[in-house]
Design a protein around this ligand. Structure first.
Ligand code: HAM
Length: 403
């Protein structure tokens, strides 16, 4: 028997309904905020992810589904959505137009991680990317939009925010941090030691407890921001306070992708175990330029769909449409034709086998139909149908043509 690959899942029934409900709800909210749908390829040149997500990030060094295709091209299954959307934005020359663009997307992402609860190798994201808006108002608006999506899905969350500075304040801070880290190097884990060389900022979010205790006195970027980054971050906090959105400033929140600057944020849930991040994002003002587009400020986020599946409160399922069945063999084809007609506007479940009344009523109940429609001997003789409203319990006999 062939099973799905480790860390990959099939989706059906109740789970598939939840999945669709999440996508529908998030898409509806995003459209209210002016986002339009974009679909980009799952497979892209490996160079795209190396340059955007970052050569030294875990995603690129350890987790990519990377291979050579039959034409000898070095390609990769996307580990995240932002890089592809930025590439599409530049490919369509939208960076050369003065118009602001906002896109939303959803679909599968691939990371070769160690599977565990909430961590898959193929998982799905719903994401948004906003191009051309440098104002921190857009960062605020995006955070409000995610809160709205979670509110409509009935999901509680904690919000963590941080500022990662900009090319003016980050490099001097990084230098400062590296000299602090070099002093405690001997006591840090091997991952941290490697990162001091490759990506020192990521040392800050090491999950090792010893490392974390050694880092408590490390210099904080938040205390070393340039004037502009500081005032943007203050403004963001002020707006969140005024909007009544609770948040925690987490100075160790650095995110696992290298393209961020200024605002970075994560939405976390304490109800789903260790993999608690349910959405993440931030500003990435240099990425378009870095991928050879014209300088374009940008900000975005992605929600991890599998992580919120079990948190979603599903709306009460409504009884809907018709259940149709025959109680004598000669009526089966009448039922079949009636169903075909009715399906031009309604959901219809049809039973092909001729059955007794009780058995049909059980079938109608299981199908969640609003109406049961049956044809028995009398109805067949008279050209009528028997119909019951399964909510009001009202029943009647109608001419076949009137249903
Ligand atoms: P990310 O934080 O890497 O950001 O992923 C966003 C969300 O995807 C996470 O918060 C988590 O819920 C979910 N996720 C990540 N990895 C897995 C996994 N292995 N299994 C299940 N769920 C997972 C990004 O991907 C950025 N592109 C977000 C962004 C958009 N930033 C700006 N624009």
């Amino acid at each position: 028997m062939i099973n799905p690959l480790r860390g990959m899942k099939d989706l059906m029934f109740e789970d598939a309904q939840r999945f669709n409900h999440i996508i529908d709800t998030a898409s509806r909210v995003a459209q209210r905020y002016g986002y339009s749908y974009i679909e980009t390829p799952i497979l892209e040149e490996t160079a795209l992810f190396k340059r955007s997500v970052g050569d030294s990030s875990d995603i690129v060094t350890k987790e990519m589904y990377q291979f050579e295709d039959k034409g000898g091209n070095d390609v990769c299954m996307r580990p995240e959505g932002t890089a592809g959307v930025v590439r599409a934005f530049i490919s369509a020359k939208l960076d050369r137009q003065p118009v602001k663009q906002k896109f939303f997307y959803f679909g599968p992402m691939f990371r070769y991680e160690r599977p565990q609860k909430g961590r898959l190798r193929e998982f799905h994201q719903f994401g948004c990317e906003s191009f051309g808006e440098a104002s921190v108002y857009e960062d605020f608006t995006i955070i409000i939009m995610i809160s709205q999506i979670f509110k409509e899905l009935g999901i509680g969350f904690d919000l963590l925010i941080n500022s990662l500075g900009c090319p003016a304040c980050m490099p001097p801070y990084r230098k400062n941090l590296v000299s602090y880290l070099n002093n405690i190097k001997a006591d840090l884990c091997s991952d941290c030691n490697r990162r001091i060389e490759t990506n020192p900022i990521r040392v800050l979010d090491c999950k090792n407890e010893t490392c974390q205790s050694l880092l408590s006195d490390s210099p904080k970027l938040i205390n070393n921001l340039c004037e502009e980054c500081e005032s943007d971050f203050d403004q963001l906090r002020k707006l969140l306070d005024e909007a009544g959105i609770a948040y925690t400033v987490d100075t160790n929140l650095v995110r696992g992708l290298d393209y961020y600057n200024k605002t970075a944020f994560e939405f976390v849930s304490n109800e789903i175990g260790a993999q608690s991040a349910i959405a993440g994002g931030g500003r990435y003002d240099k990425l378009v330029e870095f991928l050879d587009g014209k300088p374009t400020p940008a900000v975005g986020f992605a929600i991890g769909i599998e992580r919120i599946m079990e948190l979603v409160k599903m709306p009460e399922s409504q009884k809907e449409g018709y259940y149709m069945g025959a109680m004598v063999p000669d009526a089966v084809e009448k039922i079949l034709l009636l169903a075909a007609q009715k399906r031009s506007s309604d959901k219809v479940t049809v039973e092909y086998a001729s059955k007794g009344f009780k058995s049909h009523m059980k079938g109608a109940d299981k199908s969640h139909a609003r109406y049961a429609v049956l044809i028995g001997e009398d109805e067949l003789a008279n050209g009528t149908v028997w119909i019951k409203d399964l909510e009001s319990k009202e029943e009647k006999t109608l001419p076949l043509a009137d249903i």
